[in-house]
Unconditional design. Structure first.
Length: 243
């Protein structure tokens, strides 16, 4: 019995979860508001969003679930909440804005599970208004024709990776013509001495994409080139590359 009580106490110490999402802020409220968009600036409806406060305690951590909401038909949301005294200013914990795209059609929209939260950090005064904007593009594909790919060395290869705008509005992305963060398809289109076909490359529809081409020939050095292309709706873009 003592052992069981010890284990339960340890679990409670390691993780403490408090749900305050039903509380209503009446005064000294902080407001986080914004919009979720997709291709061509169209709104994303029914995206679940929440604001939480996390704090580490050495071997454990605590989370206060503060507020939750869902985007409307215009992709907009608002969450008004009260910041506790021990959460205000320069404190050990941080606020995190979390969003959930699970209700979106995975056949239509790019998987953005890696871009599902945003750390706000410290908030130094109540009555603060925090504006955010997030973007999740629609899927499109371009075709790569690889000519004269006859590898002579087992280390020879040809890869095509795409980088596309996705996530939070940050102002101006230094790598691509977009105000949003950068997503990456993970080098899923490649050719090697065994697999000599380059599959279709995932890109963002109605937006600028950055293609990164890397290749090694005859066991030599790896060469890289980058191109920015705009992918329109119902694109049938075909790009030819010589190995």
């Amino acid at each position: 019995m003592k052992k069981i009580l010890f284990i339960l106490t340890a679990v409670l110490f390691i993780s403490c979860d408090k749900d305050d999402t039903d509380l209503t802020c009446l005064s000294d409220c902080t407001l986080i508001q914004g919009q979720f968009l997709t291709s061509k600036g169209a709104p994303l409806q029914n995206v679940n969003v929440s604001i939480n406060y996390y704090e580490s305690h050495g071997i454990g951590a605590s989370i206060r679930r503060i507020k939750k909401a869902k985007t409307d038909e215009n992709g907009n949301f608002q969450m008004k909440f009260y910041i506790n005294n021990d959460e205000l200013g320069k404190v050990p914990g941080y606020f995190q804005f979390v969003y959930d795209y699970s209700e979106l059609d995975s056949e239509v929209f790019i998987d953005s599970s890696e871009y599902n939260s945003y750390v706000i950090g410290s908030i130094y005064s109540r009555d603060t208004i925090i504006d955010v904007e997030f973007y999740n593009p629609k899927k499109a594909y371009i075709t790569i024709n690889l000519n004269n790919f006859i590898p002579t060395n087992q280390d020879d290869f040809f890869t095509v990776s795409s980088l596309y705008p996705i996530g939070r509005r940050i102002g101006q992305n230094q790598f691509i013509s977009s105000p949003y963060q950068l997503g990456y398809d993970g080098n899923k289109a490649f050719a090697t001495a065994i697999y000599t076909t380059v599959d279709s490359v995932l890109v963002a529809e109605s937006d600028y994409n950055r293609l990164s081409i890397m290749k090694r020939k005859n066991g030599g050095e790896t060469l890289e080139e980058n191109h920015e292309i705009f992918v329109p709706v119902d694109s049938s873009i075909v790009l030819d590359y010589d190995y």
